[in-house]
Design a binder for this molecule. Sequence first.
Ligand code: TA6
Length: 286
Amino acid sequence: ISRSQTSSMVPVLLYTAGGAQCTILREGANLVSWIPANGGEQLFISRCSGSVDGLPVRGGIPLVFPQFAEMGPLPKHGILRNVNWDLIAISSQPDCASATLQTECRPFSYPGWPYAFRARLVVELQDHSVFLQFSIQNTGTQTFAFQSAMHAYLRLPGGTPADILGCIPASYFDKQLQSWCEPAMSAPVHINAATDRIYQSPATRLQCQSGVTRLTLQSGGFPETVIWTPWREGAAAIPDLGDDEGDQFICIEPAAIYQAQQLAPGSQWQGRLRLLAETASEPDHE
Ligand code: TA6
């Protein structure tokens, strides 16, 4: 990254000597592209992203805070998706490149949110993995509770159905049925239709298999997991998504929704997500 890039609104680009690269937008600190070494693009961005005024980027890994979806008075998924973050640190070693972005909020900077906080995102890129550490520091004088998620749009090229492996059996709220469901056992979750669920278990280690691509997700700090895709039938209802793009991604989101987090003045919370890419025939690069 050049010196001028650090001070302007251009995206933050990270590379490893082995050929991995990723791109982070300052708008929302959104990791919009991740290409591991010897691999293709792993994240989804809609070609219609930006076509509707006021909507954040449709894809990448938007950060949800302090409200999930429409579960409160704030804009959908909270306030951080539309904010321009500052790039405060960047470093590059041959096998690991990293960047830190930050944004600060004073009390009442946003209508409906009277609290002060500092949000920080550290992104670390290695040849076959990318690690995101999202932290919130309470910089004010009052304790607050918040919801959060890392809304990862994982790419499914060609509309190939996906199997999510490693789910811990746990009840989930099905937003389409508007009811709680109890899965019988820990079977893979097969995704080939519109799905919108909030699982009461963390994505400690999940695998998303679609065709020959297998992505491993490891999260920390988030007690719940969202699985969402509009699939083909739901795409037309989303104004900044192409009608043929609904089956091109699945969102697997480490989240804190029903189990909102409490943060006392001066304390810090951290949520983590590591993505590891491999093709089904390759060994696990851990
Ligand atoms: O995280 C899942 C979800 O809440 C879905 O219900 C769906 O609405 C999705 O987020 C997308 O939200 P957005 O505001 O980006 O359109």
